[in-house]
Design a protein around this ligand. Structure first.
Ligand code: GDP
Length: 443
């Protein structure tokens, strides 16, 4: 999502992170590079200027440079200030009202129709709501059809509007219909134009006046960078929007729109679109996004992805084992299975703190899904006692295991050797400071 910015910032901070001493000059140099990195990511120049100034004030302030770990402190300040420009606290969707009304606005092609469908699905799945979709874009050919198709795919009801109707009337009638049929949230997919124009704004203002939406979400194509921010400001001025949805964050958007829109409009990013599939819409959390930008990973998203079925006790137990080097092959297999369940390793690695550097060093390698299957097969062929204590595995057991899992004895030996090494390495990391990284797969 913010890949190239993350790379740039990681380079900057690697230089100062571990240093025992920092001078004001070190910090100035680092901040100059941060400034450049942000400008290159197409962040609004005024936002960059204010940001760097705030970080500078805090970083060269009283105690930071004299502190025990000044590099870490500077990174911490940058992290906090990034959260600030991304909006501070995450802001909830306003779903009050019966039905709640969400009006979706934006330029043509920004992703409004797609976002309406995605949001309806999210509201049903995660908020347990009963959404009603309202196609009110009577100008773009096929926009109404498109929403009707998506609606029937998702088995969500939609108002049967036609292109010859007036959009203001459509919305009012749809609202009445939603009430009558017991829907508790209505999504209005309004028309967009290629550029901002007065007639469109008048129409949107009339819909707003008629339907009193609790949310007016401006949909912006993140790939268009600063243009998206300028247009957001114009819509906000006219309609007083309540939030922004950034779409196409899966593309090579450099992050400029995400990092500027809050400061420029004063309105929070509420959702981000991360792909073309109907499930590719995420609530936006400034703190998580800031961590991701700084290559600190996004453990919370990762945990949510795991469907939060990893209970806290189990996690604590795992950590205790890691610390005491009691992490067994059995545990390793459990973790491996969990990772497999989560989906693509490549995507997951990005969410783990520090992993982006490791990934870069690995280069463009195929992620070892096949390897995992092989390793799992070997572990499966061991007895429980052996998984808990690999020292029990003597030469004849190695031969049995190799036969059982269809590999060579050498491969079994190699796995055992690598596992022992990994155990040692993990113990060292857990003993020291800093976040634990993913254990490397034993080849
Ligand atoms: P509208 O004119 O604003 O209603 O735009 P559409 O909803 O028709 O979207 C325009 C195009 O953008 C479509 O091809 C969508 O599939 C695509 N799109 C929308 N959101 C996303 C997203 O988050 N990621 C990607 N990759 N494509 C998106």
């Amino acid at each position: 999502m913010f890949d190239s910015l993350t790379d740039r910032l990681e380079d900057v901070f690697r230089k100062i992170r571990g240093q025992a001493r920092l001078t004001e000059e070190n910090v100035q140099t680092a901040l100059r590079e941060v400034r450049l990195a942000l400008l290159e990511a197409d962040v609004n120049f005024k936002v960059v200027k204010d940001f760097v100034e705030r970080v500078r004030e805090r970083a060269v302030g009283q105690d930071v440079l004299k502190s025990l770990n000044p590099g870490q402190q500077v990174v911490k300040i940058v992290h906090e200030e990034l959260i600030e420009i991304l909006g501070g606290q995450a802001t909830d969707l306003d779903l009050s009202g019966s039905p709640a009304v969400i009006m979706v606005v934006g330029l043509q092609g920004s992703g409004k129709t797609t976002t309406c469908a995605k949001l309806a699905l999210k509201l049903r799945r995660e908020f347990k709501r009963k959404p009603y979709l309202v196609p009110a874009d009577v100008y773009r050919p096929a926009a109404i059809d498109q929403l009707h198709k998506l609606a029937s795919q998702l088995d969500i009801e939609a108002y049967p509007s036609t292109p010859d109707q007036n959009p203001v009337d459509i919305c009012a009638a749809a609202l009445a219909e939603a009430k009558r049929t017991g829907h508790d949230v209505v999504l209005l997919d309004t028309a967009g134009r290629l550029h901002i124009d007065e007639a469109l704004m008048d129409e949107l203002a009339a819909i707003k006046a008629g339907c009193a939406p609790g949310e007016i979400l401006f949909v912006a194509d993140a790939m268009t960078g600063q243009d998206a921010v300028t247009v957001a400001a114009a819509f906000n001025e006219r309609l007083d929007i309540t939030g922004v949805v950034l779409t196409k964050m899966d593309g090579d958007a450099r992050g400029g729109a995400a990092l500027s829109v809050r400061q420029v409009t004063g309105k929070p990013i509420k959702l981000v679109g991360t792909g073309e599939k109907v499930s590719d819409l995420e609530l936006f959390y400034p703190d998580r996004a800031a961590s991701r930008i700084l290559g600190m990973g996004d453990i919370l998203t990762l945990i949510e992805k795991a469907q939060t079925d990893v209970d806290a006790e189990e996690a604590a137990e795992m950590e205790r084992k890691l610390r005491k080097a009691q992490f067994t092959l059995e545990d390793f297999r459990t973790q491996m299975r969990r990772i497999k369940k989560l989906g693509s390793l490549e995507g997951l690695l990005k969410l783990i703190p520090g992993m982006s550097q490791v990934r870069k060093q690995l280069g463009d390698v195929q992620m070892p899904e096949k390897e995992m299957a092989r390793v799992e097969a070997i572990i499966n062929s061991m007895t429980k006692a052996e998984r808990d204590n690999p020292k029990l595995i003597n030469t004849s057991r190695r031969e049995r295991i190799a036969k059982g899992s269809g590999v060579t004895v050498l491969e079994v030996s190699q796995l055992l050797k690598n596992f022992t090494q990994m155990q040692k390495m993990m113990q060292r990391m857990m003993g020291g400071k800093g976040m634990p990284s993913m254990p490397k797969m034993p080849p």
